[in-house]
Design a protein around this ligand. Structure first.
Ligand SMILES: NC(=O)c1ccc[n+]([C@@H]2O[C@H](COP(=O)([O-])OP(=O)(O)OC[C@H]3O[C@@H](n4cnc5c(N)ncnc54)[C@H](O)[C@@H]3O)[C@@H](O)[C@H]2O)c1
Length: 348
């Protein structure tokens, strides 16, 4: 089997690459080292992941090209049975500063992937996001507890289903570009019969995640605590997410490919059993590290959701899948990996 992973040097992409290389499949990565720009932790992640893959699996098929170029995507996708499309501009903050690059990368980039898939008859797995629901999520009343918010409406006790409204609300440019891409993937299934899985991800975390303040908050909080950097919380820290360990995500992707499903949209996260507020995360971090993060508080950011929990029952039912790693184990694992690689985060 032949797989193309766009964004294959990123956090989720590199775990997909590793999973299929282990299976002995032929894997091609298309990545333009976008995340390598700048001088943050994240910029180190792309190079670290490349080195990690080379060290463990030998020479890697890497196409250093941009998803915004159709010719590049078409060439890389030749003969691919499956395309995992993870490449994206991933930060809401960046999308607010530069909505054009965000749009071209996320919306046009996805159209290019779909056109390449159509030519090859490849199946597509697309990493969408819970941001497609925008601030509609905030219309659900919440209850406030000491360390967290929770949905107050019983209708959402299992989380947000795939049928939740996506329009008449605020999304941020990132939410819009990912939503455009999400709808395009769905439409290619309906119009051209393309096989595809759209996975609306909540919060994915795990080893080899180079979190920064703007994206990958769980990893960022662990890195900041271990390197004594200050953390700014936007809001009051009671915001809740369902968290999904990256290896559980890859199993869900693989279950989709192995199934007879033609086209589906899934909300995918840890579900109601695997939720964390930021304040609760600090307690976890303190438990595993003995250190309390240095925290200050600032205003909520545009389009922030107070609570987001995925209803994962459709994924459980159709994919025979459920998350295996609970937040306590997951945070311990990410903490261990970050501690073992602390030099990466302390060097300038
Ligand atoms: N990590 C999460 O919790 C989460 C949550 C919701 C959605 N997602 C989605 O999952 C996908 C992967 O996220 P991640 O956390 O692994 O991000 P990441 O930033 O670690 O990886 C993205 C990769 O895409 C590459 N890339 C960016 N622009 C590109 C371009 N124009 N051409 C080619 N390559 C390009 C980057 O260099 C990087 O290697 C994204 O589509 C993101 O929107 C992630």
């Amino acid at each position: 089997m032949r797989v193309l992973v766009t964004g294959g040097l990123g956090f989720i992409g590199s775990h997909i690459v590793e999973y299929y290389l282990k299976k002995g499949w032929r894997v091609t990565i298309l990545d333009n080292f976008y995340s390598n720009a700048g001088h943050s932790n994240k910029s180190k992640g792309v190079l670290y992941n490349l080195d990690h893959l080379r060290r463990n699996y030998g020479e890697i098929e890497l196409v250093n090209r941009d998803v915004r170029s159709f010719d590049s995507v078409k060439e890389a996708a030749k003969d691919a049975d499956f395309i995992f499309h993870t490449a994206a501009q991933v930060a809401v903050t960046t999308s607010l500063k530069d909505p054009r690059t965000d749009f071209e990368t996320n919306a046009l980039g996805t159209l290019n992937v779909l056109e390449a898939a159509r030519l090859n008859d490849s199946a597509v797995v697309f990493c969408s996001t819970n941001k497609v629901y925008g601030t509609n999520i905030n219309k659900i009343p919440v209850r406030e507890y000491e360390k967290r918010y929770a949905f107050a409406d019983e209708d959402y006790s299992n989380g947000i289903p795939e049928t939740f409204p996506i329009d008449a609300c605020w999304h941020s440019p990132y939410g819009c570009s990912k939503l455009a891409a999400d709808i395009y993937v769905q439409d290619y299934a309906h119009t051209y019969g393309l096989r595809s899985g759209v996975f609306r991800l909540s919060c994915v975390y795990g080893e080899r995640q180079f979190g920064v303040e703007d994206q990958g908050w769980l990893s960022w909080f662990v890195i900041a605590t271990l390197t004594n950097r200050p953390i700014t919380i936007y809001g009051d820290g009671k915001q809740v997410r369902d968290v999904l360990f990256v290896t559980d995500l890859i199993r869900a992707f693989d279950s989709f490919l192995a199934s007879n499903l033609k086209h589906e949209v899934f909300n995918l996260g840890g579900g109601p059993q695997n939720t964390l507020s930021l304040l609760e995360l600090f307690d976890f971090i303190e438990k595993v590290s003995g250190k309390r993060p240095r925290v200050s508080f600032a205003d909520w950011r545009p389009a922030d959701q107070k609570v987001y929990v995925s209803d994962i029952r459709k994924a459980e039912r159709l994919l025979g899948w459920r998350p295996n790693v609970n937040p306590s184990d997951g945070v311990s694992r990410i903490f261990r990996w970050t501690s073992n690689n602390i030099d990466l985060f302390t060097e300038s």
